[in-house]
Design a binder for this molecule. Structure first.
Ligand code: 13P
Ligand code: SF4
Length: 304
């Protein structure tokens, strides 16, 4: 293994030479987050893509995120350092099944969580992220909504709208394995802590939450809150930034098992390889890209 300092130096040299920007999701390995120009949630990262004038975007996250970047900014070269970094939840909905569901509910709008493929986005009316899902759904004229692919997020949103929500049967394995009894145990161990949960968690977990927030929502909340202790109900990688930004606060995860292995595949070495070899370039066929972009643009126009 090359010396970490040398790898970081080389990454910084190549970044300047190539006019590249490194974006990292809040679940990435600590050392990858630390070399990124911007670390954020799915919504924040999409906004960065749109606002960046860099030639190259190195997307340290999973494939649907890099795909969204390629959809929004086709003039930029989008690199996903690890081509196998996928999202199992995004695989849980396919074009044919969604088409069948649309036929069953012809008056429903299709809202698609960004954790989905470009093809599914292209088949949807509007996208959403965990940060804006309620606002997105309530911005629609339709009274019925097919919500794909996350049933937990869909069911959560259903509690904040008068619309009929038909939730798909997908889920995030990382968040879905957290159970109510895990939270109750953590609360017993840390009775003064507030519990912040991500809306990809099961309803039984969300029912125990003091706040339900996206990853960046949790970061903002923890910083502003007077509370001194937090139990964090999301992928454990978030604790890196949370503890950096709140050194005086005590942070606990619900379970040591709340790890997204796909988010951890990317290493500093993969980032360096990405820049040295311009790999792996993510592109989307133009007809799909244009339709998917409409759904993403429509989402970005909804106020957070
Ligand atoms: P956010 O960071 O947008 O809350 O998303 C969580 C997630 O699971 C991304 O894969
Ligand atoms: Fe997909 Fe869940 Fe991993 Fe996010 S945390 S990338 S939703 S598997």
């Amino acid at each position: 293994m090359q010396d970490m300092k040398k790898i970081i130096e080389r990454i910084n040299i190549l970044k300047t030479e190539l006019d590249a920007v490194i974006l990292a999701h809040n679940y990435q390995r600590p050392e990858v987050q630390d070399i990124a120009d911007f670390t954020g949630d799915s919504l924040g990262l999409s906004q960065q893509v749109v606002n960046s004038d860099a030639d190259v975007i190195v997307f340290c996250g999973v494939d649907f995120m890099a795909e969204s970047a390629a959809i929004l900014s086709p003039e930029k070269i989008v690199l996903l350092p690890e081509k196998d970094a996928g999202c199992p939840m995004a695989e849980m909905v396919d074009v044919i099944s969604l088409d069948d569901e649309k036929k069953k509910h012809p008056d429903a709008a299709v809202v698609c969580y960004v954790n989905s493929s470009a093809l599914i986005k292209a088949q949807s009316d509007i996208c959403c992220t965990s940060a804006n899902a309620i606002d997105v759904v309530n911005s629609l004229e339709e009274d019925e909504v097919i919500f794909v692919p996350d049933k937990n997020l869909g069911n959560y949103v259903a509690g904040f709208t008068d619309k009929m929500i038909y939730s798909w049967d997908g889920f995030c394995p990382t968040h879905h394995q957290m159970r109510g009894h895990d939270v109750i145990k953590a609360k017993e161990e840390h009775p003064d802590a507030l519990f912040l949960a991500h809306p990809e968690c099961r309803t039984e977990v969300l029912d125990l939450a003091d706040e339900v927030l996206s990853t960046t929502g949790m970061l903002n909340y923890a910083k502003k809150s007077d509370a001194k202790e937090f139990i964090i109900g999301t992928e454990n990688g978030l604790l890196h930034r949370l503890s950096k930004e709140n050194p005086e606060k005590k942070l606990y995860y619900v379970s040591e098992f709340t790890i997204c292995t796909n988010m951890k595949i990317t290493t500093l070495e993969s980032v360096l390889d990405a820049l040295e070899n311009m790999q792996y370039v993510i592109t989307v066929p133009e007809d799909t890209r244009l339709k998917a972009k409409e759904a993403l643009d429509r989402m970005l126009a909804v106020k957070r």
